[in-house]
Design a protein around this ligand. Structure first.
Ligand code: TNX
Length: 538
């Protein structure tokens, strides 16, 4: 059987090592020596680059006496204080008590300022001086994003799990930062290969560092059904029992899925569950014969072809099935959206596809959610408020692009995931061992160097809600595989989503990206050392 490397969730492991590190109270030489970094990282030399940076005065220094002050009336602020302390304690070895704001005047303060409307839902201000470091946000999500900035301003060694020498300085001055787009997503395909709750949590933590706020989980496909549905138990018992290559597969119980949603929510990420329909459904069709037009269940599928399966649009039972599935998944989803796939339905006639989507979209609305669909949905009639996820390429026929653009002009919001830019499963070059290449090779520069607002000709910039980087897993089976493909392209797409258009510049970006290398090393993130990036020597 295939060997799998199971990597525990990042924060959990950090906490464990933290306890050991603090107990020893001494610097540990474990692991690789990080590449030389300046003692104080210039303010704003982080990913994504902040909207506004004003360096001023001397740095703030974190010490053994530092306290983290929070507004004790806010449970979320208290939780954020504990999260920040949990990030900083292992490497600093400092106690970093979380106290009421008033008792932390010269420490790190996390302040909620609900009237500071200029900061929006996720913006923050970071003010650093020798007298203290204050993060201010209108809402807890903004404090969380600001904490990621604080983290990246500190030396990369702060990410290590054992006590490091320091010093721990944050350059003096002010950062005022708000995101360009409200939707900054990453997708993980847990169907082609199954990933455990801990593996998903590890990815969530990596996304959090780059201010991603949406986790799209591709929960069903031909090769596996990964989420428990009580009313159709064979979906997981049979349909979840394998994966590409014939491995054991797996699925999330409802409680496990809720745990993923909670973990993401604590990192201010909204989970969007995807049940792909009417194509990409072999796992369901194999589990229930009655869902097939000919009433015959196909065998499970462990290959990598697409476009051969379809729910039966003409059978009433199909819609009973869809209603049950959407009802149960919607009930597990605090977020606004439910993704119904809709791509590559090559085995569904156009008439059936349209009829299917016309019946299914109202079911999503009935259970209180908003439809997201791959952009083929614009070939049917997207529901009011629906988002279309564009995954075309430069070479996608103009007529198909225009259909999507026309839908955008008509009010359908767009999430941009152009496959030849954002598909993290595409090989970087012909020599990349993992990944696919149907959309071409996607080197680091190519994935960063495009503008979402003007990308799709004829689509108004106002329709563009943001960007998403999908990670399909036909060839990826472990966390290390995921990381090798996501890093370093994911941070670039996250920057496209967060940073102002005016800051977009490959030459300066690649230097900031290179400076992330010791952080990747400290976090144990496997990454691809693309020759396009001026990495520090190993
Ligand atoms: C296209 S993108 C697909 C997926 C594959 C992916 C591989 C999309 C909506 N469909 O089924 O996994 O390419 O890159």
């Amino acid at each position: 059987m295939r060997q799998r490397r199971r990597i525990p969730a990042l924060v959990g492991s950090l906490l464990l090592v933290a306890a050991a590190g603090v107990a020893c109270g001494e610097a540990s030489a474990g692991g690789r020596v990080p590449a030389a970094e300046p003692e104080v990282r210039p303010l704003g030399r982080i990913v994504p680059v902040p909207a506004s940076v004003t360096p001023e005065g001397e740095p703030y220094t974190l010490t053994r006496a530092t306290r983290i002050g929070v507004d004790e009336d806010s449970a979320e602020a208290r939780a954020l204080g504990r999260y920040l302390a949990g990030l900083l304690r292992p490497a600093t070895g400092f106690p970093l008590p979380v106290v009421d704001e008033a008792a932390a005047r010269d420490g790190i303060r996390l302040r909620l300022a609900p009237d500071d409307t200029g900061l929006g839902d996720e913006g923050y201000r970071l003010a650093s001086s020798p007298d203290g470091l204050t993060l201010t946000a209108r809402a807890p999500a903004g404090l969380f994003r600001g904490v990621q900035t604080l983290r990246q301003q500190l030396p990369s060694a702060v990410e290590r799990g054992t006590v490091q020498p320091g010093p721990w300085k944050v350059a003096g001055g002010t950062v005022t930062d708000t995101p360009r787009y409200a939707y900054r997503g990453a997708m993980l395909d847990v169907s082609r290969h199954f990933f455990t709750v801990d593996e998903v949590k590890r990815y969530i933590d990596q996304l959090a560092l780059y201010k991603v706020n949406t986790l799209h989980l591709h929960l069903s496909d031909d090769q596996g059904w990964r989420i428990a549905v009580d009313s159709w138990p064979r979906l997981t018992a049979h349909g979840g029992a394998t994966e590409v290559g014939g491995g054991p597969g797996g699925f999330y119980t409802k409680e496990q899925y809720r745990e993923i949603v909670r973990y993401a929510a604590a990192r201010y990420q909204e989970v969007i569950p995807e049940i792909d329909m009417p194509g990409h459904t072999n796992a369901a069709l194999s589990s229930y014969a009655e869902l097939n037009c000919d009433g015959v269940a196909p065998p499970p599928y462990t290959g990598v072809k697409v476009g051969f399966s379809s729910l039966c649009a003409s059978k009433p039972v199909t819609y009973d099935f869809v209603d049950d599935v959407i009802r149960e998944i919607a009930a597990l989803t605090p977020g606004r959206y439910l993704h119904i796939g809709g791509d590559e339905a090559h085995s569904t006639s156009h008439a059936d596809y349209t009829a299917f989507m016309d019946r299914v979209q109202p079911v999503v609305a009935k259970y209180g959610k908003t439809v997201v669909g791959w952009h083929q949905l614009t070939g049917a009639t997207p529901a009011e408020g629906a988002l279309g996820q564009y995954w075309g390429l430069d070479r996608t026929p103009a007529a198909e692009k225009e259909r999507v653009a026309a839908a955008a002009r008509g009010g359908t919001g767009l999430v941009l995931s152009p496959a030849d830019r954002t598909y993290l499963d595409m090989k970087y070059t012909k020599d990349t061992p993992l990944g696919l290449s149907w959309a071409g090779y996607v080197e680091v520069r190519r994935s960063y160097d495009w503008d979402p607002d003007s990308y799709l000709a004829g689509a108004p910039a106002s329709a563009v809600r943001g960007v998403e980087a999908p990670l399909w897993t036909e060839t990826l089976a472990t966390s290390s595989d995921l990381e090798t493909m996501a890093f370093p392209r994911l941070p670039g797409i996250a920057e496209l989503g967060w940073s102002p258009a005016a800051s977009h510049d490959w030459e300066t970006y690649k230097v900031r990206l290179a400076e992330q290398a010791p952080r990747f090393d400290a976090l144990g993130i496997a990454y691809h050392r693309s020759p396009q990036v001026p990495w520090p020597a190993e």
